[in-house]
Design a protein around this ligand. Structure first.
Ligand SMILES: Nc1ncnc2c1ncn2[C@@H]1O[C@H](COP(=O)(O)OP(=O)(O)OP(=O)(O)O)[C@@H](O)[C@H]1O
Ligand SMILES: [Zn+2]
Ligand SMILES: [Zn+2]
Length: 804
């Protein structure tokens, strides 16, 4: 097939441009071009990246107006037809630009990257010396060089005088890494002939003889030197004589660091068996069914995933296994690698851009059939999907917080409908929405009520920290927890100490006047960083030295308040000098592989206590852990978010589930200042359904999801009056265009009312059924993109906000 015209979505995120443009296909590419290829096209004064989304032979654009594609970047498409369809769906579903939807499906190495290039437009002798020094003998230099030399004002002048020009140039990324290998000839004749030619060169003859025993093999040159003792000159001569030749092989940067031993399928328990059968049954029927696998911690959900994937592989299909970034631990990925070996690609944020690209290529080229990865792995370019799994489906990290604001669960269900394959949503503490859908029969509900080896769930105690204070205990450990730790140390058993950092800040407080040091740009308190002795804003990056005296009242009693893992570690050593502690937090896991090393050390029994934050709440499966201590259960309870109780319950259940997973019984001690709160009381009895009932009752009473849907419109401006004014306009417009059944709350100030020097307002839309919602929001966005944006307003629309 050959085509004359391509429809191209260009990499320009503006409203007027959010549609395909027609371009002429140069004749020499008419047979090459395919849908899903990336191209470079002229757009306005420059070239930009674009995606071919359609091919045809006619266009309405007059022939003197149509422009030609400047360059084809891919011979083989990087986006499949399924993805082009999916982008159209995402565009509507999340109200984003189509270009954003297309880009999110690709590894960052393939996304557009532009470089500013300065080109000389005049003779050199008229230029100032310092500019000449930058250009040297070149005609083009990178903008960065001017930036570094601090010559930007001068550059600006040169551009105005038309002595140089500045352009955005699309930089092609995603280099395939190749390596030189030696391929030994397939034919004995070549060996015999080379032997003859080598005549009396003994070393060459030796090597040729060795090659005769390894016909057809492909080896690294180094390997040949090691095996035979030959030098590189000898190898070179032998190659000239035709006994072997050099080839370039594509290699993948291998993110795996160590070998794993293979494991076999386990004999399933009765409950596991029933669940697996339901899933494989729907595979056989080729239906796009979604299952909610609700299984208590340690019930063997992962084993079900593994066996379901095995079935998919047996049928020659492919599987996507999503896990939250934070639980993408080496222990987790190892379980998949040890079952499926080289068939597995792994994708997470710890990989370099090149490594991610290589994993992606393995999938695209059909070298692997399983991907284990975080949120974006849902876009893995498989073409014959047989199963999609979301483990810990309740996790909020499955929702992307910037455009396109998609939820991986929705994408999973869309793809499953495309491939007619099942989706498994797994969790010990499902999102309320999911459990409600399962109860209504929208999802198939599969339950595992028992732990895999029939171990009891751990016993949970609540330590009331208010009572501790009254008793005069000012430390961060309750008496009960101290006793429990002592017993474990004596018995040589292991412990996990969990510090709930969600919603927690370590701030600096004046004990005389109560001043908390705040960010000058944002209305939130600055976080104390011990290593640098600085206060830092987590939203805008602002930092300053820790003040010695209070900026308000000049008191010297200003100091750090709150608890970090380091502080807890010190406290543990004070109480138990003999304890061996491993700390796992952002500070100790900065280096690549650190995560892995800490867990390995703990697994080998090199420490008694694993101390950490959210990072250790999930996925850990160590037999010797018999005690879990939660130092601060309440911190996440008081966030201004309707899901605060749900999140706290989930976190407490997850972390408690790390104890007593094998033969030894587990115990959990949860420390709290509000032990009567239902999220904490119900976490104690470790039963999901009572919590579900209670929370559903409250959600219904205050009209929150899952009874209602919510959508959030946020508006910000540097000027508080402007922000309020336009938020008001948005609210009025929504009220005028949506039906009476919809509740519009606001405008109100956002929970963080100022961020990076911008004032923030929001409108919350609550609705049950509102067919008009998407078109109305699209029109609101159109208004914003056409007019409001010029006034400095920024507006976002989120149809499924994870916090409000
Ligand atoms: N059928 C089985 N027979 C024997 N052991 C099993 C079986 N299924 C699972 N296990 C073991 O039980 C332990 C817990 O299983 P697994 O980690 O799969 O549970 P999970 O439900 O995924 O846990 P969590 O959600 O708490 O992380 C593991 O050590 C696993 O190897
Ligand atoms: Zn003060
Ligand atoms: Zn700030």
């Amino acid at each position: 097939m050959s085509f004359l015209i391509a429809e191209v979505i260009v990499d320009v995120s503006t409203y007027h441009v959010d549609r395909p443009f027609d371009y002429e296909v140069p004749t020499e590419w008419a047979h090459v071009i395919e849908m899903g290829c990336r191209v470079k096209v002229p757009f306005g004064p420059r070239n930009v990246l674009g995606f071919v989304v359609g091919l045809k032979n006619e266009t309405d654009v007059p022939s003197n107006k149509i422009k030609s594609i400047a360059q084809i970047l891919d011979i083989e498409p990087v986006l499949t037809e399924e993805m082009l369809l999916m982008a159209k769906w995402l565009k509507n579903e999340t109200i984003c630009y189509e270009i954003d939807a297309l880009q999110v499906m690709l590894p960052s190495a393939l996304r557009a990257k532009y470089e500013k290039i300065i080109t000389l437009q005049t003779e050199k002798d008229v230029l100032p010396d310092e500019v000449n020094a930058i250009f040297g003998k070149r005609q083009q230099v990178n903008f960065k060089e001017f930036e570094r030399a601090e010559l930007l004002p001068l550059l600006k002048q040169l551009i105005t005088d038309k002595m140089v020009k500045i352009e955005n140039v699309v930089k092609q990324q995603g280099n395939v890494k190749e390596i030189r290998m030696v391929k030994i000839t397939d034919h004995q004749q070549d060996i015999d002939k080379a032997m003859e030619d080598a005549a009396r060169a003994a070393k060459q003859r030796q090597l040729i003889e060795w090659m005769g025993k390894h016909l057809g093999e492909v080896l690294l040159p180094q390997k040949i030197y090691e095996e035979t003792g030959a030098s590189s000159t000898v190898l070179q001569s032998v190659i000239e004589k035709g006994a072997a030749h050099f080839i370039q092989e594509e290699v993948y940067r291998d993110p795996f660091t160590k070998e794993v031993s293979r494991t076999q399928s386990l004999q399933l328990t009765e409950e596991q068996h029933i669940a697996l059968k339901a899933i494989t049954g729907s595979m056989e029927e080729q239906t796009a069914k979604t299952f909610l696998l609700h299984g208590v911690t340690g019930s063997g959900k992962t084993e079900i995933y593994l066996q379901a994937i095995q079935k998919v592989l047996d049928e020659g299909k492919e599987a996507i296994m999503l896990v939250p970034e934070i639980s993408l631990t080496p222990q987790m990925t190892e379980r998949f690698r040890s079952r499926f070996g080289e068939m597995v690609a792994v994708m997470h944020s710890g990989l370099s851009v090149g490594e991610k690209y290589d994993e992606w290529r393995k999938i695209q080229q059909g070298k692997v059939s399983v991907v284990v990865g975080a949120r974006s792995a849902i876009f893995a370019p498989f073409t014959n999907l047989g199963l999609i799994i979301l483990d810990e489906e309740h996790e909020s990290t499955y929702k992307q917080e910037d455009s396109p604001r998609y939820h991986a669960r929705d994408v999973a269900i869309w793809r499953s409908e495309f491939y007619k394959c099942p989706v498994i949503l797994g969790s010990a503490t499902p999102a309320l929405e999911s459990f409600a859908r399962a109860k209504k029969g929208v999802y198939g509900l599969l339950s595992l009520k028992q732990r895999a080896l029939h171990q009891a769930l751990p016993t949970v105690f609540i330590a009331d920290m208010r009572e501790e204070l009254q008793k005069g205990n000012r430390s961060m450990f309750s008496e009960q927890l101290v006793d429990a730790i002592r017993v474990r140390l004596e018995k040589n058993e292991q412990m996990v100490m969990f510090l709930n950092r969600r919603g927690y800040s370590s701030f600096v407080l004046c004990r005389d006047c109560g001043t908390v040091v705040q960010c000058p740009n944002c209305d939130i308190s600055l976080t104390y960083h011990r290593t640098t002795e600085k206060l830092k804003c987590h939203y805008c990056g602002y930092d300053e030295r820790v003040p010695q005296i209070c900026p308000q009242c000049q008191s010297e009693h200003i100091r750090y308040f709150g608890t970090g893992t380091q502080k807890v570690e010190e406290e543990i050593y004070k109480l138990f000098p003999e304890a061996r502690v491993l700390r796992m937090d952002v500070d100790t896991t900065k280096q690549k592989g650190a995560h892995e090393e800490i867990l390995q050390a703990f697994g080998e029994g090199q420490a008694d206590i694993l101390l950490g934050t959210q990072m250790i709440a999930k996925g850990l499966d160590f037999p010797n852990i018999t005690l879990v201590g939660v130092l601060s259960a309440d911190t996440s309870l008081h966030l201004p978010d309707y899901r605060a109780a749900e999140r706290t319950f989930q976190l407490l259940t997850q972390v408690s589930g790390r104890a007593g997973r094998h033969d030894k019984h587990g115990e959990v001690i949860i420390q709290s200042y509000t032990p009567e709160h239902y999220a904490i009381e119900l976490a104690k009895i470790q039963d999901y359904e009572p919590f579900y009932e209670r929370e559903m009752f409250l959600r219904r009473r205050s009209s929150y999801p899952p009874y209602y849907y919510v959508a959030l419109v946020q508006i910000s401006h540097e000027d508080v009056m402007m922000a309020a004014e336009y938020a008001g306009r948005a609210a009025d417009w929504l009220k005028g265009n949506l039906s009476e059944r919809v509740a519009i709350i606001g405008p109100t100030t956002a929970s963080i009312s100022r961020l990076q020097n911008r004032y923030r307002y929001q409108c919350l839309i609550k609705y049950k059924i509102e067919p008009n919602l998407i078109p109305v929001l699209q029109r609101l966005l159109a208004m914003y993109r056409a007019e409001w944006i010029k006034q400095g307003i920024l507006m976002t629309v989120d149809l499924d906000p994870s916090t409000i």
